[in-house]
Design a protein. Structure first.
Length: 261
């Protein structure tokens, strides 16, 4: 049986506006058909020991495919993928839960979405002046866990207010956001987020301007193409005379990337 992420089933009726905003963070990804891209292949087997929660807020579940090749399934509130691994997946999952050292990619030839998101955030945390560029066209819900989303959202807010973007300022902004949650949701959030440790590892993770730009372009273009495909599929199911696409399934491609279509 495919395990469910630890945050599923916690969408009880929100009691505050902050709760509603928190729980709606990935609604656009859901409407655009981006919440889950790929399910676990039927021939794959996950470890019965269960997933490991990374400090980035995602769940990493090691396993193997039908040939015995290591794979790892990554669950987050905004995305799911199963990818092959070059080194023992139990070790790799543990590495994502570690609170020290830099992040290492699953593989150099096929980075996961988590790898791409880490590269973009690592670059921006280390060089916040680049928010003037990337912050103008990378949507907030490009980042698919609450801690990544919250860090990017905090950096954008600080930059917009002409405040210095430092790890301490980011932490403070994230904490203010979580303090506004209802006690029950705040407790769940505290159990699944480690903003301080995640920021610390981002500060240690190398990311060049080329790597971060390539990663940002990859993330935004991947989401746009997936949303376009979902919109086309949705339109094809509509009876004759109905609109060919709904506004909920329309994801705008930033002007900066329109020459890459």
């Amino acid at each position: 049986m495919t395990p469910r992420p630890a945050w599923s089933g916690h969408h009880a009726e929100p009691r505050t506006d902050a709760d509603r905003r928190w729980l709606a963070r990935f609604d656009r990804r859901h409407h655009h058909g981006l919440l889950r891209r790929s399910e676990l292949p039927a021939e794959s087997t996950l470890r019965w020991s269960g997933p490991v929660r990374g400090i980035d807020g995602a769940l990493y579940h090691p396993g193997e495919d039908h040939s015995g090749t290591p794979v790892i399934t990554v669950w987050s509130p905004g995305y799911q993928e199963t990818v092959p691994a070059h080194w023992p997946t139990d070790d790799w999952a543990d590495h994502r839960a570690d609170t020290t050292g830099r992040f290492l990619p699953l593989s150099s030839w096929r980075p996961t979405r988590a790898d791409h998101e880490d590269l973009v955030l690592a670059y921006l945390v280390q060089r916040p002046r680049e928010l003037a560029d990337l912050g103008g066209w990378v949507p907030v819900d490009t980042f698919t866990t609450h801690v990544r989303y919250g860090i990017y959202e905090a950096m954008l807010a600080l930059h917009a207010d002409n405040e210095t973007v430092t790890p301490a300022a980011i932490e403070d902004h994230v904490h203010r956001s979580t303090d506004a949650l209802s006690p029950r949701l705040a407790h769940l959030v505290a159990e699944s987020m480690d903003t301080v440790s995640y920021l610390r590892r981002l500060m240690l993770t190398p990311s060049t301007s080329i790597e971060s730009l390539d990663a940002a372009v990859h993330l935004v273009m991947t989401d746009w193409r997936a949303a376009s495909a979902a919109s086309s599929a949705h339109a094809g199911k509509q009876p004759t005379g109905y609109p060919t696409a709904s506004s909920e399934r329309t994801r705008i491609l930033p002007a900066q990337l329109q020459d890459q279509t």
